[in-house]
Write a protein that binds this ligand. Structure first.
Ligand SMILES: [Zn+2]
Length: 217
């Protein structure tokens, strides 16, 4: 019998078969930018449960090619991202593929929170609150990107059901502590994440928490 190693004791990496290239905990409300080469994989761990992970993808070779919610939804004929979903660019090309998810589905339409949407939805007293768009701007500027490069993002671990009348709900999450999503890069990509700071709706259980990013070969 093989004695338990540190690796096998860590449930978030025990099931990964390829070597780990990067392993980082992104604090609550913070952003994360990382390059992932074609064939490498990213595991996102919802460490404490119900934490929305807003994510955008850019082609490393030419960042005018980026994740497109419209192309992704149209090609798969479904609003939700499930196991096997291909995340497509504005050129229609596969950027990443979901190779595993322990949450049933992820959101393509809820978008990113911002100071503007917070004050409109929740009142002027929320104006000082940090939001995903501010995270995106801080993450974008050193890379030469600006507000016009921030497009409709994916919300991993977020539950945005479409109601009978066609309206969108932002309701209690379907995620839980320790649940994961695995993504394989189908081209060299730059990932930009906002670990959502929202405290005015249930998308983070009213309590933003840390997430873990594990990149494997
Ligand atoms: Zn947000």
């Amino acid at each position: 019998m093989t004695p338990a190693t540190e690796t096998s004791a860590d449930p978030h990496i025990a099931t990964l078969s390829n070597p780990i290239l990067h392993d980082e905990v992104v604090s609550a409300r913070h952003f994360w930018v990382h390059t992932i080469k074609q064939g490498q994989s990213l595991r996102i761990v919802d460490l404490e449960g119900n934490q929305a992970v807003d994510l955008l993808i850019y082609s490393e070779a030419d960042d005018t090619e980026r994740y497109s919610a419209q192309d992704t939804v149209a090609a798969q004929g479904n609003l939700f991202l499930r196991d096997g979903a291909i995340l497509r660019s504005n050129e229609g090309r596969a950027m990443m593929t979901i190779t595993g998810t322990s949450v049933a589905y992820h959101d393509t339409i809820g978008g990113a929170c911002s100071v503007e949407s917070n004050t409109l939805r929740y009142g002027h007293h929320t104006k000082s609150q940090h939001a995903c768009v501010e995270n995106y701007l801080k993450a974008s500027l050193p890379n030469g990107r600006t507000k016009r490069d921030i497009v409709s993002n994916i919300n991993f671990f977020m539950n945005v059901p479409v109601m009978e009348d066609g309206s969108l709900g932002i309701v209690d999450g379907i995620s839980a502590a320790g649940l994961t999503v695995d993504l394989r890069a189908d081209m060299d990509v730059v990932i930009m994440v906002s670990n959502c700071p929202q405290i005015n709706n249930p998308c983070n259980g009213f309590n933003p928490t840390a997430v873990r990013m594990i990149v494997t070969a």
